[in-house]
Write a protein that binds this ligand. Structure first.
Ligand code: IMP
Length: 503
């Protein structure tokens, strides 16, 4: 007879935290969100910790090199998507690792023969109005000029003018050589009263821009996550088919941590992948595995040697796995079950295997709930897809800006390896949708706001660290009627003024 669980599986919105005693020490400034990324032995330090409990999803619409840099700057880690060729993914990892804080690879680029209208559509797509004019229209072509908003006056132009007719040409620009340090670049910016300094190589090829505003923002990132060589920490997704080729390329490119990206991780394919990595690299290459939703799945992956275990099936915002296949489990129940097993495993073996809650985070308070339920960190897709730094297009729909966001199991991404159960290669049916999410601005501002709420809530619970929250949290299920009570009710709202509505 089939096994029946005695309780329904539940999700975050069905829970609330009940506040605990807060001592005078319990203030948001004293809260540390430091958390382990990979397993460690009792009494030892993990080889990699994060300064904030956030990772970005292994998805085409979420995690590329730009996202990796932006998130590492805040203290978290991106896992660059694996549903691309080995070469392209390795190149993204290499770019993120090569990133010099404050030195930006230009993403609005045109040839001198492009029209004003063509240039404006690039600016609209990237959201960046400083445009490099290069010989080949690429980010590293020979620099011929630059365009900023001060170079054109839309009311007096038709849109058909070529960029070379209104750009600021190279001979009027201040540039600096490749060897320039950030401090030197900043001095040049001040001395010449410019906002942007192009860094060019010996052949006149554009390498980076340094922006006046970035010097300050770099100084504003005390939690940035750096490796021993002062480069940003970068993760990458792998699959259970081509690891013998992909893993060496990613490690060579400088990836600090890998994660097997699969919708269902309780499988021999995952053990084989981890075994291969251990045979070839021992413990030097860190690899997470998943996704699982129960204690058995966790133990299987922990014993297989996973460095962390990812939890979640069917809860992702773009996910239709539950409708298509009828598998999954409410994210909160899955997480609570897996975290209890992680603690038992730690008691038994002295090895702590961090747990990542993947998918289904909607409101900021869900972050705190997931951490309180035992997650060491979270993986988020929809959340990050909304920001400037995600790779997807920003479009205007009905007067509102949106960003595109599509599932890895959608026919757009065609990441069949993620849904692979062995057998023939290829995608049998879709497990994800293609969608829009409301554009929300910069990652930095949004992460700061979210984490401010997390810190405040932790203080309400009397905790200044994540382990302390996990120890002290008191969680209650809420009835359907009390969920209604939790929103604004029995009033006529004037406008959605608080964070664009309830968040
Ligand atoms: P979100 O944060 O709720 O948007 O969920 C993101 C997570 O959904 C990812 O980290 C994946 O685990 C999962 N996911 C990504 N693409 C798909 C898909 O096409 N179908 C099902 N799940 C997906």
């Amino acid at each position: 007879m089939a096994y029946y669980y005695s309780e329904p599986s539940r999700t975050f919105s069905e829970y609330l935290l009940v506040p605990g005693y807060s001592s005078p020490n319990c203030v948001p400034d004293n809260v540390s969100l430091k958390t382990p990324l990979v397993k460690f032995k009792k009494g030892e330090e993990p080889a990699i910790s994060m300064n904030i409990p956030m990772t970005s999803a292994i998805m085409q619409a979420v995690s590329d090199d730009r996202m990796a840099v932006a998130l590492a700057r805040e203290g978290g880690v991106s896992f660059i998507y694996g549903s691309q060729t080995v070469e392209d993914q390795a190149a993204m990892v290499a770019r993120a690792k090569a990133y010099k804080a404050g030195f930006v690879i230009s993403d609005s680029n045109v040839k001198p023969t492009a029209t004003l209208n063509e240039m404006l559509s690039i600016v609209e797509r990237t959201g960046h109005s400083t445009v490099a004019v290069t010989e080949d229209g690429g980010p590293n072509g020979r620099l011929l000029g630059m365009v900023t908003r001060r170079d054109y006056r839309l009311s007096r132009m038709t849109g058909q003018e070529t960029v070379e007719s209104f750009m600021t040409p190279l001979d009027k620009l201040v540039t600096a050589p490749a060897s320039t340090t950030l401090k030197e670049a900043n001095d040049i910016i001040w001395e010449h009263k410019v906002n942007t300094l192009p860094i060019v190589d010996d052949d006149g090829g554009l390498i980076y821009f340094v922006f006046r505003k970035d010097y300050d923002s770099h100084k504003e990132n005390p939690l940035e996550l750096l490796d021993a060589g002062k480069k940003y920490v970068v993760g990458a997704g792998i699959n259970t088919r081509d690891y013998a080729r992909r893993v060496p390329a990613l490690i060579e490119a400088g990836a600090d941590v890998l994660c097997i990206d699969s919708s269902e991780g309780f499988s021999e394919w995952q053990r084989m992948t981890i075994n291969w990595i251990r045979e070839h690299y021992g413990d030097t290459v860190k690899v997470g595995a998943g996704n699982v939703v129960d204690a058995e799945g966790f133990r299987f992956l922990a014993e297989a040697g996973a460095d962390f275990v990812k939890v979640g099936i069917g809860g992702g915002s773009i996910c239709i796995t539950r409708e298509q296949k009828g598998i999954g489990r409410g994210q909160a129940t899955a997480l609570i079950d897996v975290c209890a097993e992680r603690d038992r495993y730690f008691q038994e073996t002295g090895v702590y295997v961090p747990v990542c809650s993947d998918g289904g985070i909607v409101h900021d308070y869900h972050f705190t709930l997931a951490l309180a339920m035992g997650a060491d960190f979270l993986m988020l897709g929809r959340y990050f897809a909304r920001f400037d730094e995600s790779p997807s297009r920003r479009v205007s729909i009905g007067g509102n800006y949106m960003k595109e966001y599509w599932g890895e199991g959608s026919s757009r991404a065609r990441n069949w390896q993620r849904y692979d159960v062995g057998g023939k290669e290829g995608m049998a049916f879709e497990e994800g949708v293609d969608s829009y999410v409301p554009y929300a601005g910069s990652l930095h501002d949004n992460v700061a706001l979210t984490l401010s709420k997390v810190r405040h809530t932790m203080c309400n619970c009397g905790a200044v660290t994540i382990p302390e929250l996990q120890q002290k949290a008191k969680l209650t299920l809420v009835s359907a009627t009390s969920i209604v009570e939790g929103g604004a009710h029995d009033v006529v709202l004037k406008e959605n003024t608080v964070n664009g509505g309830k968040k």
